[in-house]
Ligand binder design. Sequence first.
Ligand SMILES: [Zn+2]
Length: 129
Amino acid sequence: MTTTTLALESWATGGCHCGKVRFKVWIERLAVIECNCSICLKKGFINIIAKPEHFELTQGEENLATYQFNTMVAEHRFCKTCGIHTHTRPRSHPDAYDINARCLDADITTLNITPFDGQNWEANVESIQ
Ligand SMILES: [Zn+2]
């Protein structure tokens, strides 16, 4: 059960379903991006883009697998045991991390959701800050 509330300018923890993969992310804004590209749509992935220094994998690197497709740029990382997709090295921000907000331990229902038209990625990618 979710007990914590996300706070701006603080570290939030999260992880996969089985608990082998754990991470923390610095919350810079109380907003997420909901993308309609082929993979985000199927996974229900909602995105928090974080600078490299704002993401830390605290446990389970050895238990992560990587899925790539199409341009083979983005690295979609998921837990080998439970299959949950925790984060990505995204194509739009290759030096950053893209975290699945649904994997956070905190309540995410208060976050503002910004839609992103990932089905027309090339035309819209500049809109992601
Ligand atoms: Zn897992």
